[in-house]
Design a protein. Structure first.
Ligand SMILES: [Zn+2]
Ligand SMILES: [Zn+2]
Length: 248
């Protein structure tokens, strides 16, 4: 889709955006922002950048009124307020984000910080055409931490150079490549055709990802395609240990 076409639609608030709004809600401690509140305009700008990074043209998708409205919506999920104190517009995604993050303020802060950092770093990339297709192409369930951090995770583990290094090093050490969760061996099963085939999964929590940090070989584990799929099949994504537990 071309950026011009995208700008015509008014996209629904995404998980990433709601996480950022919830982080502002947390900072306001349930209070109402003052007129011309700096934090509200900053969030409005950040959200507009979020859409620009994804190829949406224009800079007025999320104005300060829209941001304030979202803060009001979030209040409907806050048990601190009597039922009915906020607007009755709370949607399912808001409820999910509230459940995932509100009781864990450190996780919320860390995730929101990583999202803001990735918006900034993706925005610095030379060409939007290199980012947008990758975002559109995400076929796995978006992580609890949202779409941009999902994209960064995915890019990290599919980087061919680092994956090759990981495989070369493991082959040199163990003489074969097997799934670190279930032990599947592609050569054993598929013969020569399966030689060198295995997937890499990046194990760093998404809240710790930003556009800038480098992948280390120790951040990657080798998984068969099934196990890798299972990890990303539902929110929250499984850890490799949790997957091993299931397989036991
Ligand atoms: Zn496996
Ligand atoms: Zn993965």
């Amino acid at each position: 889709m071309k950026p011009e076409e995208k700008s015509k639609r008014n996209p629904a608030w995404s998980r990433d955006e709601i996480i950022l709004a919830l982080d502002l809600y947390r900072q306001l401690q349930g209070g109402w922002p003052k007129k011309n509140d700096q934090k509200v305009s900053e969030l409005s700008q950040t959200l507009n950048q979020f859409w620009q990074v994804q190829g949406y043209a224009g800079d007025t998708l999320r104005n300060t009124n829209g941001v304030k409205m979202k803060l009001m919506n979030l209040r409907t999920h806050d048990p601190k307020y009597e039922k009915g104190a906020g607007l009755k517009a709370g949607n399912k995604l808001e409820a999910e984000v509230w459940t995932d993050f509100w009781a864990r303020p450190d996780y919320l802060i860390e995730t929101a910080t990583a999202i803001r950092a990735s918006i900034a770093s993706l925005g610095r990339e030379s060409s939007l055409e290199t980012i947008t297709p990758q975002i559109d192409d995400i076929d796995e369930v978006e992580a609890a931490e949202g779409r941009l951090l999902t994209l960064i995770h995915r890019r990290r583990e599919r980087s061919s150079t680092i994956a090759k290094n990981k495989k070369d090093k493991t082959l040199a050490k163990n003489g074969r490549l097997i799934c670190e969760a279930c032990g599947f061996d592609f050569v054993e099963r598929y013969g020569e055709h399966g030689a060198g085939f295995i997937e890499c999964h990046h194990i760093k929590p998404l809240a710790e990802l930003s556009g800038e940090t480098k992948t280390r070989l120790s951040d990657l584990v080798l998984l068969c395609a099934n196990c890798h799929r299972m990890i990303h099949a539902k929110r929250p994504w499984l850890t490799v240990d949790e997957l091993r537990q299931i397989l036991r």
